[in-house]
Write a protein that binds this ligand. Structure first.
Ligand SMILES: Cc1cc2nc3c(=O)[nH]c(=O)nc-3n(C[C@H](O)[C@H](O)[C@H](O)COP(=O)(O)OP(=O)(O)OC[C@H]3O[C@@H](n4cnc5c(N)ncnc54)[C@H](O)[C@@H]3O)c2cc1C
Ligand SMILES: *[C@@H]1O[C@H](CO)[C@@H](O)[C@H](O)[C@H]1NC(C)=O
Ligand SMILES: *[C@@H]1O[C@H](CO)[C@@H](O)[C@H](O)[C@H]1NC(C)=O
Ligand SMILES: *[C@@H]1O[C@H](CO)[C@@H](O)[C@H](O)[C@H]1NC(C)=O
Ligand SMILES: *[C@@H]1O[C@H](CO)[C@@H](O)[C@H](O)[C@H]1NC(C)=O
Ligand SMILES: *[C@@H]1O[C@H](CO)[C@@H](O)[C@H](O)[C@H]1NC(C)=O
Length: 540
């Protein structure tokens, strides 16, 4: 370690030992000492560590935390935030977290639905490793591939591709602020999934730090672990430093559209029809439905609005032919359609105002944040109109409800359930995501909206996949592991089979092999065999 760094370290230790000597301080102290002893490289303490009394601590903690529910005062915050600047810093921090014996949380883009990347209901104290400064994107068009560091957002990645080629793209998430680090670990679907599958289906290599602090790539980690990290959920097997992807071809011109229908405009019948055709449509066509509440025709009246948002990998004339043949009930016309480049379609679907320059993607910022609760379901038989009508009734009772119905079929049905841990493939017509959002921080609001969501989920049971009732791991839902009496984190297989079906067993085997001591753990991490028992923990 260089002398200027030792000086900074000494100053730090003096600062630390001069302050209150409670346990949290001594943990920081132990931590700093470990880092300075273990690292042959200089970890810059003065720019990489943030303790709670530091003015930058809260802005950094809050920077990418998407669910405000997990920033409320009652939620336990990290004892220390670490912002690694190099891959080696991540190795060192793993070694020291182990030595000091605290828990670790890792965050890339902060979009976890249950805040698992920046809070812990399990154990205190814990350290947050925030990868936001590891965000290089290297696109190699010749090789049709890219290496992307974990802290980069998908929007930055898409932008970097578009700067090098108009004919290449990548089939991951629609929301541009998603962190590539966490996103890919759960599957990563987007508007090209019907043609190219998930982001995780297009991974060709990865660099991870394992529980011993080693950096491994595909070759050195072996095919079992490489299988597990592509869809087995975040933070169970190691810290992803970077992913290597194979790019996919996109046409120079694509077409987008949004067509909205309210109840008064016959939305129920059209949505019923959508369910019958959407998974069988041409693979170049993706039509999702965004369902929200809207003002009705009469003043003071409310209605349910279904917005059909489409991406077609081709030009308008061919699209109109396909629609006329397969889904004329929507009544799509030329004037609903706009032709644009693929990167512009990314902006359009990402809800940026028209003509926003794509460079805004480099900021990697979310467009909005709120308090929310969400859940997911997979649908294998069309929901009858009476079932849909019951949904509308529930919708009209909630303040800001939202549903997104995402079509499957195409390439999604061609990949086997066990190819990667993400198992929701053939037979799925579409996925539903239910969301409720609110903007005030009252504890009563949390209870009210969570109750509404849980009732809706109960209502939907007869219409969705059964045995197991499948769920998308990237739509993390801590209710899934809850017993009827409210105790949480019971049998891991409860949520494990919902997220992964039979792949759960193989994930447990891999976990037992690569992390038998359960170093990488959180409320829904894959358990190693030995600790796969009932864990009693209270509800928050
Ligand atoms: C507004 C919004 C829109 C979304 N849209 C989509 C979508 O279009 N398609 C889709 O598939 N999903 C979507 N999601 C879900 C999203 O894929 C998941 O929330 C995903 O886990 C986010 O990754 P992240 O890095 O941003 O989150 P984080 O909160 O940073 O991480 C998520 C999980 O992965 C772990 N993790 C993070 N980084 C690493 C790492 N480097 N190595 C190992 N583990 C890590 C975390 O500890 C945590 O458990 C959306 C979520 C939100 C909030
Ligand atoms: C806060 O932490 C940063 C990064 O470690 C450091 O540069 C800064 O000096 C700290 N500020 C105070 C007041 O301790
Ligand atoms: C809500 O926010 C206010 C103002 O920031 C704060 O004083 C209060 O403690 C918060 N309440 C809860 C329950 O988070
Ligand atoms: C739509 O299809 C019908 C018959 O299937 C055909 O007669 C009509 O010309 C088509 N219209 C368009 C715009 O393609
Ligand atoms: C999926 O498989 C079917 C049948 O083999 C094939 O016709 C179709 O083109 C495949 N789809 C994709 C996107 O590869
Ligand atoms: C709750 O139920 C689980 C089994 O479903 C049981 O193991 C546990 O002891 C119960 N807890 C309480 C507090 O009753």
């Amino acid at each position: 370690m260089g002398s200027s760094n030792s000086l900074i370290l000494t100053l730090f230790l003096i600062l630390v030992s001069n302050s209150r000597a409670d346990t949290s301080q001594s943990i920081q102290e132990k931590f700093y000492t470990c880092i300075s002893l273990n690292s042959e490289l200089s970890v810059p303490f003065s720019t990489a560590f943030y303790a709670p009394d530091n003015a930058s601590y809260s802005p950094i903690l809050e920077s990418s935390a998407m669910n405000l529910r997990y920033l409320m005062p009652s939620v336990q915050k990290p004892q220390l935030i670490f912002n690694p600047l190099t891959e080696n810093h991540v190795q060192t921090v793993v070694q020291c977290v182990k030595e000091v014996g605290i828990q670790l949380r890792v965050r890339s883009g902060g979009h976890d639905y249950e805040g698992l990347s920046y809070m812990s209901q399990m154990e205190q104290p814990f350290l947050l490793v925030d990868l936001s400064r590891l965000r290089n994107v290297h696109v190699d068009i010749q090789d049709n591939s890219a290496w992307v560091q974990a802290g980069a957002t998908v929007g930055e990645f898409y932008y970097r591709i578009s700067q090098k080629s108009k004919n290449h793209g990548f089939p991951a998430g629609l929301c541009t602020s998603l962190g590539i680090g966490g996103h890919i670990t759960g599957g990563a679907y987007g508007s090209m999934m019907r043609k190219y599958g998930l982001g995780a289906d297009n991974v060709v290599d990865a660099r991870i730090v394992d529980s011993s602090g080693r950096i491994l790539d595909r070759k050195s980690m072996g095919e079992d672990l490489f299988w597990a990290i592509r869809g087995g959920g975040g933070a169970s097997f190691g810290i992803i430093l970077a992913w290597k992807f194979q790019l996919v071809p996109v046409p120079e011109t694509v077409t987008v559209f949004t067509v909205s229908k309210t109840l008064e405009q016959g939305s129920t019948k059209i949505l019923y029809r959508w369910q019958q055709v959407v998974d069988k449509l041409d693979e170049d066509l993706f039509i999702r439905v965004i369902i929200s509440k809207a003002d009705g025709a009469q003043k003071g009246e409310q209605t349910v609005q279904n917005s059909y948002q489409g991406l077609f990998l081709g030009r308008t004339d061919r699209l109109l032919g396909i629609m006329n043949e397969s889904f004329p009930e929507l009544g799509l016309t030329q004037k609903d359609c706009t032709e644009m480049s693929w990167i512009q379609s990314v902006m359009y679907i990402g809800s940026y105002p028209l003509n926003t320059p794509p460079e805004v993607l480099l900021q990697g910022k979310a467009l909005y944040k709120n308090y929310f609760k969400a859940k997911s379901d997979f649908i294998k038989e069309p929901i009858p109109e009476t079932g849909i009508e019951g949904l509308w009734k529930s919708f009209l009772e909630e303040e800001s409800p939202l549903m997104i119905w995402t079509p499957y079929g195409g390439m999604m049905s061609n990949i086997s359930e066990s190819e990667i841990p993400f198992p929701h493939r053939k037979g799925v017509i579409f996925m539903i995501q239910y969301v409720t959002t609110w903007i005030d921080n009252k504890t009563e609001s949390v209870t009210k909206h969570m109750d509404w969501m849980r009732d809706l989920y109960k209502y939907m049971a007869p219409y969705v996949s059964m045995s197991p009732r499948e769920a998308y791991v990237n739509y993390r839902d801590l209710d899934l592991g809850m017993n009827k009496n409210g105790t949480r984190f019971s049998e891991a297989s409860l949520w494990g089979t919902k997220y992964f079906k039979d792949n759960f067993n193989r994930l447990v085997k891999v976990k037992t092999k690569v992390d038998p001591d359960n170093f990488f753990r959180h409320e829904q991490s894959i358990p190693p065999l030995r600790s796969c028992r009932i864990r009693k923990e209270g509800r928050d």
